[in-house]
Design a protein around this ligand. Sequence first.
Ligand SMILES: [Zn+2]
Length: 114
Amino acid sequence: MSLENSVAPIDPDRDLGPFCALDGCQRRARHARKHGRYCSDACRAVARKTQATKTRAMKILGRLQSGPCTGLELLAAGGGIRYGARLAELRKRGHNITAENLGDGVWKYTLVMP
Ligand SMILES: [Zn+2]
C-alpha cells in the first residue's frame, strides 16, 4: 500500500463539522446534534441570551412608538428588568429617546420621531 492511498482527502465540513452558529465563534460545531448548531452549550447559551435581549429591545421600541411611558410600563411591556440598558442600546442604534424625571424615581420616556 502506498502512502498516498492511506491518506484520505481532508473534507473540513465532514471531518470537523460546520462552523459554530454563534457570531464570532471560529470553532467547529462538531457535536451539532447535541448542541444545536453550536460548538458548545456555552455558545448556545450566549446566542439565546443575545436573542432574548434583542427581543426585549424591540418590545421597548414598540411600546415607545405607541406613546411616552414610564419605566414600569416598559417593564410591563416585556422590556425586562434591565430596560435602562436596552434604552441605552436603542439610543446607540440611533433612536432618539428622551427621559424626563417625574420625581420619586419615576421617569417618563419618549421616543422622538425624526
Ligand atoms: Zn461556538
